[in-house]
Write a protein that binds this ligand. Structure first.
Ligand SMILES: NC(=O)c1ccc[n+]([C@@H]2O[C@H](COP(=O)([O-])OP(=O)(O)OC[C@H]3O[C@@H](n4cnc5c(N)ncnc54)[C@H](OP(=O)(O)O)[C@@H]3O)[C@@H](O)[C@H]2O)c1
Length: 254
């Protein structure tokens, strides 16, 4: 019998400084992951998340990256491998919605930004992660979770159709990559939150969106970030060893 202790999983979370990403970080720290957390502006928030995760026993590295800049996005996976020696998990979480409003009024420059952050950066990170993880390329396998949205299938009329389109594209990344790399030890899955209490709604110009939408949610309320994090932890765990291409919808019944 080997006396080697099993090595700890090393997981990258984009947008780990607050909201859903911060809740995922704390949950994964509890589950024994070491963490590589990216953020863009909120260095103090990121440092606070890192501190809480360290108190839970995780090794944590922080990395500032503007993911709308794909050259910066390309640095994330190599920096994580340099810091920890390997990467076993990737959570493509960072995302923006653009401002809430009618489809005809959404500036195309904003849509371009939404697609760079929500779609192109995850492609860049996912390719780099799979190139490292694929057993066909000498890697040890791994798991990727894309944080999509219920918007991908409901279309978000009158709210943010381009955002919904970006999340539908992310869903297709999961479906395709799950199949292409299933035999190479890499699992790819989606978690699709419904409206969740975070600052994303204030950035979209509607800080009270969770309260405003409550009546249209079968459970009568928006979700909390910790209610999303458990599904991500499951999909990255050995319990999900036969799960790939799945989409876990966490939307209070919507
Ligand atoms: N909240 C919801 O109702 C909801 C529902 C469905 C899906 N989602 C999805 O869940 C994910 C997390 O959302 P959230 O509500 O937790 O958002 P949030 O509270 O606004 O946090 C966004 C996170 O992403 C980072 N980020 C934003 N733009 C970035 C950029 N250009 N480059 C690098 N990092 C960037 C932020 O970093 P800084 O802190 O440094 O700014 C922050 O860590 C997103 O993909 C979102 O679409 C959210």
């Amino acid at each position: 019998m080997s006396t080697d202790a099993p090595s700890r999983p090393v997981t990258i979370i984009t947008g780990g400084s607050r909201g859903i990403g911060a809740a995922i970080a704390e949950r994964l720290a509890e589950d024994g992951h070491d963490l590589f957390l990216t953020y863009r502006d909120r260095a103090l928030d990121a440092a606070a998340v890192a501190e809480r995760c360290r108190e839970l026993g995780a090794r944590v590295e922080l990395f500032r990256a503007e993911l709308a800049d794909l050259d910066q996005a390309a640095l994330v996976v190599p920096a994580a491998i340099a810091a920890f020696g390997t990467v076993t998990g990737l959570v493509n979480n960072a995302g923006i919605t653009g401002r809430i409003g009618p489809f005809l009024e959404a500036p195309i420059e904003e849509t371009d930004l939404v697609f760079r952050i929500n779609v192109l950066a995850p492609i860049v990170l996912t390719r780099a992660a799979i190139a490292h993880m694929s057993t066909a390329l000498g890697g040890a396998g791994g798991a990727i979770v894309n944080i999509s949205s219920g918007a991908a299938t409901n279309g978000s009329a009158h709210t943010y159709i381009p955002y919904a389109m970006s999340k539908a594209a992310l869903n297709a990344l999961t479906t395709g990559a799950a199949k292409e790399f299933a035999a190479e030890g890499v699992r790819v899955n989606t978690v699709s939150p419904g409206t969740t209490f975070t600052e994303i709604h204030a950035a979209a110009g509607r800080p009270n969106a969770p309260q405003e939408r409550a009546a249209r949610i079968p459970m009568g309320r928006a979700g909390y970030p910790h209610e999303i994090a458990g599904a991500v932890a499951y999909l990255l765990s050995e319990d999900a060893s036969y799960t790939t291409g799945a989409d876990i919808r966490i939307a209070g019944g919507n």
